[in-house]
Each structure stands twice: as structure tokens, then as C-alpha cells.
Design a protein around this ligand. Structure first.
Ligand SMILES: Cc1ncc(COP(=O)(O)O)c(C=O)c1O
Length: 493
């Protein structure tokens, strides 16, 4: 039973990225900062707006992969902390803070603790600084889900190993990924998609075909079940068809759901995968356990990531696989969540409602649609220019974003000092995954600047900050809880 990290058996070397790497220049970077943070390497900074924009990065930016992808188009500034930025600049548009050290640490942790190949799920945050930092720290495999993501990775990490893991792909995207970018690994969950992949690659004989299985998403904050994944009844026939379609790698993948709070979900999914393989009578060359590794948000304190690795090790040890079977994972959130926060300005206060210059059409999609109460800090610049983080007794607030849409509302509760006022800044933490990447230009907003800082994130799975964010309880929440408890008692009688 081989769980070892090995060379890609039978996998053709990627020919990705024959284009030149982006032009870069180095900026001065402190050997060690106030917080004892030591960057591993000076970050290669793409040239500023005065240089012609790189056409691939430009086209990816236009394809809507998030505003931070515009990194290659602009000068990027560095500050030690968000406070320094506010003191110097009093920014009028939202600012996304990038913490490359946090990404580097997470990358190294996964490389050292996952006993297989780590594919970064680009969708979580396609910012070039993220991709380049991951690559510089050993993560050179990428889970891509669209042609612009393929092009982006080809451009930024020439020779990267890419797996096109979206189970439903456009024919042109498959062809271009295969012929222009050397992608050989494709996911599928239907016979129709298998036929499409074969057709779009000219019946290629060197494909790695990964069958996405539907598994239970219990224990995950976001279920990814339902939309993708072949069910247990139909899986054996599809596995057999994929096995027959390639002489290269045939594998299984699944996704236990994003922000999975239960480590044992991985082992359980691997047991399900094993059953499907046994029923099909085939061995898998690849077992891809997907993403789902959690980060820290208010009210969500995940078990340590080591417990997830243990669960995967146990699951893999129990699977019927070859000695040479490769183990893969596709983390998105866990690698980047803690690396970014966003600085928003308070445009107006109406009671407990704060009107901010960023919202659900910007970086706060999850704060609206899944009502996540992200952690917040209040920053104030006084008339004399001094800047401080405001503390004092906290009260719960709700936020409204800058657009005219009433959906642009984040209920929170977000706990901030009682005297928040117009002109204050709210730093919203833990927005590195599916936060800054979700930005749109709706209603003329969304122009966000990216700035590098090296203060610690608000919470961390990797020891940079506490692994829990305390949630104060409001009186109204207590009332709801009490009345629910009473209701339960009555029913029991
Ligand atoms: C196929 C696939 N792999 C990996 C991921 C990353 O998941 P996470 O960010 O929960 O780690 C996703 C997220 O949607 C996905 O669809």
C-alpha cells in the first residue's frame, strides 16, 4: 500500500507555459519585521502600470477572475500593518491586504504533512501573488476549473502540473488545455463527459481520467454534493469505462464539502470510493481526496489539520490500491483563507447599520449568502493624523455594501466598539478564500487595491495566530436560545 509522494507514474511532463514569465523587479523587503515574521524570499513584484500589461494576465483579469488578479497591472505597495496604510494614505477605495508569508507557511505545512501531491484549487484565490508564493514554496500542482485558470497557471508557473478537475467542461477549453497547455488530467462524472474529453483531444491515448464520485457532505459548512459526482449505483460502470479509455492513470476523486469540520469525513469518503472500485473490479492509479480542509471563522473552531491527515492516512491504508497508487489532495480554502483581509471605509452609520464601501458584490459574498460573521477590527485616523485600533465595549452591527441592491446586506452580527462613526475603517479578516476572489464591478464599485502587509492574520490553522475567534453573545441571541430550549422541553413532555 503506497502512500508515498512519488513521481507522476505514467504522467507526461507538462509542456505548460512556453510564454515568457512576467517581467519582475525586486522591492526592498525587511529581513525580519516587528512581529518576527521572516519572509522566505523577496517577493517578485510585477512591473507597475507604466509597463505594458501582460496579455494573459490582462485577459484573465477581464475574464472575471477577481480584481486582485490585476496585480500584474499595477504598482503594489507594502506596509507593515493596515494601521500604517491608514496613517499614510486614508484610502478611499477598499484595500485587500495580502500576506504572502501566511500562504508560504500553509504551503509548506501541506507539503510536509500530506503524504501525496498537493494541487492548489485555483478558484479559491487566483491572485498571481498567491500562485507565485505557492510555487516558490513547493506547491507546483494546480487544480484548475476553467481555461482562464489554465492560462493563468501556465503563464505564472511554467511547467506546472495541472489537473482540469471541473466535471463539466467546454469542448474548446478541453482542446486548448490539452493541445496548447499540456494538460493531461481531466475529471468527469458522466459517460457523456468522458466521450467529450476523448473527442476534444482527438481520442488521445495519454489522458489521466479522474472519476468524480458523489459522497456525503455531512460535517461541511458548504455542501458540494448534488451538483457533481456520480452516485454509488452508477459509479462502477463509469469507472470501468474510464479504465478502458486510457492506458495512463485512472483515478477517483470526491469533495467532502467546503469548510469540512469533521476529519473522519475523509476516511468515510475513501471507504465509499473503495466500495465503488471493488464493485467495478478496477484499481485506481490516483486517489484524489479533494478539498474541504477548513479554516477559522467566528463560531467555527476546526479540529487541527493533523487530524485530517490522520483520517486520510487511515482511509488510504484501508483502500484496495496498488503500491504505486498516487494520493492527491486539492485544498483551496485552507491554503489561502487566512492570508487576506479587506479594509473597508464606513460611509455612514444608521443605528446599528454600517454602510461600507465593500459588500456582497465585492469581497463579502459569504457574509451575505451564508451569513458568516467574519472577524472585524475598527481602525480610526484622528484629526491630528494619529491612527489606532479602537477598542472598548463592543456591540453588534450589521453591514450594508455600496451598491443600490438591497441584497447587498451582511447581517453579521459584527462586533465593534459602540462609537463607530463615518470615516472609520473596518478591517474584515479571513477573506483570502472565496472572498477577494469574488469581487465584481457591479454598480461601478469593486475597484480594490491590493497591498502587501506582514502583520499576523486574525486567526490561523498554522500557529500564526489563535485557532479560534471568540464570539460575544448578544442579548437577543440569548433570548432566542432560551425560548428554543423551553420549546424543546415542552415537546418532550
Ligand atoms: C473540484 C474541487 N476541488 C477543490 C476545491 C477546493 O475546496 P476547498 O476550498 O473547500 O478546499 C473545490 C471547491 O469548490 C472543488 O470544486
Amino acid at each position: 500500500m503506497g502512500a508515498g509522494r512519488g513521481p507522476a507514474r505514467g504522467l507526461r511532463a507538462s509542456v505548460a507555459g512556453d510564454g515568457a514569465a512576467p517581467r519582475t523587479r525586486e522591492k526592498p523587503w525587511p529581513a525580519k519585521d516587528l512581529f518576527g515574521f521572516r519572509p522566505l524570499h523577496p517577493i517578485q513584484m510585477p512591473l507597475s502600470a507604466t509597463a505594458p500589461a501582460d496579455p494573459v494576465v490582462q485577459s484573465v483579469a477581464n475574464a472575471g477572475l477577481g480584481s486582485t488578479i490585476c496585480w500584474g497591472l499595477r504598482e503594489v505597495h507594502k506596509y507593515h500593518t493596515p494601521l500604517d496604510l491608514v496613517r499614510e494614505r486614508s484610502p478611499e477605495r477598499p484595500v485587500a491586504f495580502a500576506r504572502p508569508d501566511a500562504v508560504a507557511l500553509a504551503a509548506r505545512w501541506f507539503q510536509e504533512n500530506f503524504k501525496g501531491d498537493v494541487f492548489y484549487a485555483v478558484k479559491a484565490n487566483p491572485s498571481p501573488w498567491v500562485i507565485e508564493t505557492l510555487a516558490a514554496n513547493g506547491v507546483r500542482s494546480f487544480d484548475v476549473a476553467s481555461l482562464p485558470e489554465v492560462e493563468l497557471v501556465s503563464q505564472l508557473v511554467p511547467g506546472a502540473r495541472m489537473a482540469f478537475m471541473h466535471p463539466v467542461k467546454n469542448r474548446r477549453a478541453i482542446s486548448s488545455a490539452y493541445f496548447d497547455h499540456g494538460v493531461r488530467t481531466f475529471a468527469l462524472d458522466t459517460h457523456e463527459e468522458l466521450a467529450k474529453i476523448l473527442d476534444a483531444t482527438g481520442q488521445a491515448a495519454d489522458l489521466n481520467l479522474i472519476v468524480r464520485l458523489g459522497v456525503s457532505a455531512e460535517g461541511a459548512a458548504y455542501s458540494l454534493a448534488g451538483k457533481f459526482g456520480v452516485d454509488a449505483y452508477e459509479a462502477p460502470e463509469l469507472l470501468l469505462a474510464a479504465r478502458r479509455a486510457t492506458n495512463e492513470l485512472m483515478g477517483v476523486s470526491f469533495h467532502v464539502g467546503s469548510q469540512c469540520m469533521r476529519p473522519t469525513a475523509f476516511q468515510a469518503a475513501m471507504t465509499q470510493a473503495s466500495r465503488a472500485l471493488v464493485r467495478a473490479g478496477v484499481f485506481a492509479d490516483v486517489v484524489d481526496v479533494g478539498g474541504g480542509f477548513p479554516s477559522v471563522y467566528p463560531g467555527m473552531v476546526p479540529p487541527s489539520l493533523a487530524e485530517y491527515m490522520d483520517s486520510i492516512d487511515r482511509g488510504f491504508a484501508e483502500m484496495m490500491v496498488h503500491e504505486t497508487t498516487e494520493l492527491w489532495c486539492e485544498p483551496g480554502r485552507a491554503l489561502v483563507a487566512e492570508s487576506s483581509s479587506v479594509l473597508t471605509a464606513v460611509e455612514l452609520r444608521k443605528g446599528d447599520a454600517l454602510y461600507l464601501n465593500d459588500g456582497s458584490y465585492g469581497s463579502l459574498f459569504d457574509a451575505t449568502h451564508t451569513k458568516w460573521p467574519f472577524p472585524v477590527k475598527l481602525i480610526r485616523r484622528e484629526a491630528d493624523g494619529s491612527t489606532r485600533e479602537v477598542d472598548g465595549p463592543l456591540k453588534p452591527y450589521r453591514f450594508y455594501g455600496p451598491t443600490c441592491d438591497s441584497l447587498d446586506h451582511m447581517p453579521g452580527p459584527f462586533w465593534l466598539p459602540e462609537d463607530v462613526r463615518e470615516g472609520d475603517y473596518v478591517e474584515i479578516g479571513m477573506l483570502g478564500a472565496y472572498g477577494v476572489a469574488m469581487n465584481t464591478r457591479f454598480n461601478g464599485f469593486g475597484d480594490t487595491e491590493t497591498v502587501v502587509v506582514n502583520d499576523p492574520p486574525m486567526a490561523s490553522m498554522f500557529g500564526l495566530a489563535p485557532r479560534a475567534i471568540p464570539v460575544p453573545r448578544s442579548e437577543s441571541q440569548n433570548v432566542v436560545k432560551l425560548s428554543r430550549a423551553r420549546g424543546k422541553k415542552r415537546r418532550r413532555r
